[in-house]
Write a protein that binds this ligand. Structure first.
Ligand SMILES: N[C@@H](CCC(=O)N[C@@H](CS)C(=O)NCC(=O)O)C(=O)O
Length: 256
């Protein structure tokens, strides 16, 4: 069977990539996978190549991209070590793919079935119940052509409720066990559940929707944000290496 994944219009750096290749832009979703790859590099020396696109130009809606991810959204990883190459869309699925293939010693995941279950619960919780709401907060407060009260309030309040869920969990309100991280026995272990959630939650101030007073009601969540922000891989994963202005050689597609 001929390889339908890449064709004439597929940018050369993607077509010719050898191992793992990441197509990203440094948004909260892009950063999830950027951070995890950087973490894997620190532990295992994991290697990959990166292409950066600008979603403002709709590069992600072109056929070459849709062949890799019919959903037309970043990030995507392609595992060119598989034959044919294996593309992965949806950030949580990407984290779990990398966890399975690269994290041989379970540094960022769990072997115990119950801890594993807890990790999946929190990964899915943010993917299904957090990112969609905070994404809409960002849209309606920052990018919408007009400021409309109803959706602003609806998505803001729902996001505050979701922050409150994380606060309950981290504070140990109902368990008596405060936690450092979202999943794992005792006070927990830094895992893909934290990586999948952090890249979004740390940006609570981006839209201007939430005030310091709102966030003061989530002290454990704020401490968790600061704790993870100090990790070298996290600093690199949200840093200049993924900024198209600083790394123009990684940029593919139209210039805006
Ligand atoms: N559920 C998807 C969401 C991905 C997503 O929404 N990516 C945004 C950037 S943060 C995007 O590509 N937006 C461009 C578009 O919608 O065309 C995931 O977790 O991978």
């Amino acid at each position: 069977m001929s390889n339908q994944l890449y064709f004439d219009e597929t940018p050369e750096p993607i077509k010719s990539a050898k191992g793992l290749h990441l197509i990203t832009q440094s948004t909260p979703n892009g950063q999830k996978v950027q951070i995890f790859l950087e973490e894997l590099k620190d532990v295992y020396g994991t290697e990959w190549t990166t292409s950066i696109i600008n979603i403002g130009t709709n590069e992600q809606k072109k056929e070459w991209f849709l062949r890799l991810n019919p959903n037309g959204r970043i990030p995507v990883i392609i595992d060119n070590k598989q034959s044919p190459p294996h593309p992965v869309m949806e950030t949580s699925a990407e984290l779990l793919y990398l966890l399975d293939r690269e994290d041989k010693n379970h540094v960022f995941g769990f072997t115990d079935p119950l801890e594993k279950s807890e990790c999946l619960q929190w990964l899915f919780f943010w993917h299904g119940s957090g990112a969609p709401y905070l994404g809409q907060v960002n849209h309606f407060f920052k990018f919408a052509p007009e400021m409309i009260h109803y959706p602003q309030e609806r998505f803001k309040n729902e996001t505050l409720r979701v922050f409150g869920v994380i606060e309950i969990h981290l504070s140990g309100k109902y368990t008596g066990q405060p936690r450092q991280y979202l999943a794992g026995n005792g006070s927990g272990k830094y895992s893909v559940a934290d990586i999948g959630t952090w890249s979004w939650v740390k940006g609570w101030g981006f839209s201007g929707a939430f005030r310091d007073e709102d966030m003061k009601t989530f002290p454990h969540l704020l401490e968790w944000i600061n704790r993870i922000a100090e990790r070298p891989a996290v600093i690199r994963g949200i840093g200049d290496d993924y900024n198209a202005q600083k790394r123009p050689e990684l940029y593919i597609g139209e210039k805006k």
